[in-house]
Design a protein around this ligand. Structure first.
Ligand SMILES: *Cc1c(COP(=O)(O)O)cnc(C)c1O
Length: 379
């Protein structure tokens, strides 16, 4: 017997799992095909289905989002320095570092919490080759401003779109901006394949290059043309992705309702700031960040401790900043004075639980705790 690990803790997110019986026919197909990886039929089907669902030209599936970032930088032959945000998951900067590139941190915008375009130009040096912004919480960066700067200075733009699955701007996929966008299909993301990821491009030649790089740089049986690695997605993962894609509309509706209830309950609380998304952008309800400002009766960390003590596993995404981790803190751009907004925001953010299976009564309990701490209700 396997252990029953049914947790009493409410997680900040939970992987979406369709009914197991629906997955069995996919597994039977894989068993019948005896094709388990290396661009099998489900792999091809999922690439095509994602192009359609997301509204993008080309998708290359890979083993995870970190490998996707590494391959994107490699495919574009980026060297030297790359300007990026410290307010992200650590993989964004790690991928840059793994490619032997020097990360240069620039500060974020106080409202969107994304890389501030007005801070990018000051960080450009003769060594700068690219910008790696992140659509944090699925809220799009100022892609037009960033492209203007990139064009002016001859820089590439690779978006870390790990949070931005399905997001549109002016009814166009946000993944169509920049040279490439990178997705993560990790179990914590709104669309997942347990582990997995993808790179999105408009350029077919770039897809061919990435497809080679994710398979050791192999061109054909006797030719290896690049120092690639193993970044392939297997058939079980791809099949799972195909099945899950069918469930996305309903799962997203559930998330939208949860988001709506949080907004109604917490939208007018003194000292709490919710993420405001510009109407030109669609939302994917991937996260529900709140900012606990000095006007709130208690600090962010006190609120965090209170919720945790009551089995609500809220997360401080993103604290600490990437620039504070051991590998990066000695960089000149990691200095606190260079990143005043990011440092302030990292002290204020708290992500509340949001996932399609979150029950209404559980959410009501979470809201009650926050309201009690705000001094407007009792638990
Ligand atoms: C999840 C995530 C990644 C890494 O993706 P993995 O699939 O876990 O490797 C990179 N960047 C951001 C912003 C993420 O949230």
């Amino acid at each position: 017997m396997m252990n029953d690990v049914k947790a009493t803790v409410v997680p900040v997110t939970q992987p979406y799992l369709p009914p197991l019986v629906e997955f069995m026919p996919y597994l039977e197909q894989i068993w019948a095909n005896r094709w388990v990886t290396n661009g099998g039929p489900f792999h091809s089907q999922l690439e095509a289905a994602l192009c359609e669902y997301l509204g993008v030209r080309h998708v290359s599936l890979v083993s995870n989002g970190t490998i996707a970032l590494i391959l994107a930088l490699e495919a574009l032959e980026i060297t030297g320095e790359v300007i990026t945000t410290p307010f992200s998951f650590v993989a964004t900067t790690h991928a840059i570092h793994w490619n032997g590139i020097k990360p240069v941190f620039a500060d974020i915008d106080p409202v969107s919490m994304n890389l501030d375009p007005s801070r990018i130009e000051a960080a450009i040096t003769p060594e700068t080759r690219a910008i790696v912004p992140v659509h944090v919480y699925g809220n799009p960066c100022d892609v037009e401003q960033i492209q203007k700067i990139a064009d002016k200075h001859g820089l590439r733009v690779i978006y870390d779109a790990a949070h931005a699955f399905g997001v549109r701007r002016h009814n166009q996929s946000i993944l169509n901006f920049g040279d490439m966008s990178v997705l993560s299909f990790h179990g914590t993301k709104i669309f997942h394949t347990f582990e997995g990821g993808a790179i999105v491009f408009s350029d077919a030649e770039m897809k061919r290059r990435v497809d080679r790089l994710k398979n050791f740089g192999i061109e054909d049986e006797v030719t290896v043309t690049a120092c690639g690695l193993n970044g392939k997605m297997n058939e079980v993962q791809a099949a799972f992705g195909l099945l899950q894609l069918q469930h996305m509309p309903r799962a997203q509706e559930a998330r939208a309702r949860i988001d709506q209830r949080y907004r109604e309950a917490l939208g007018n609380i003194r000292g709490l700031q919710l993420l405001e998304v510009d109407a030109i952008n669609s939302r994917n309800y991937a996260y529900f960040p709140i900012r606990v400002t000095p006007e709130f009766p208690v600090s962010r960390d006190t609120l965090y401790d209170e919720l945790r003590a009551r089995q609500i596993a809220v997360r401080r995404y993103f604290y600490p900043l990437i620039s504070q981790f051991a590998d990066y803190r000695a960089l000149p751009s990691a200095k606190r004075e260079n990143l005043p907004v990011a440092n302030a925001v990292a002290e204020q953010v708290l992500c509340l639980p949001i996932f399609s299976m979150l029950e209404e009564q559980v959410q009501a309990r979470i809201i009650d705790i926050v309201l009690a701490m705000a001094g407007v209700a009792t638990v």
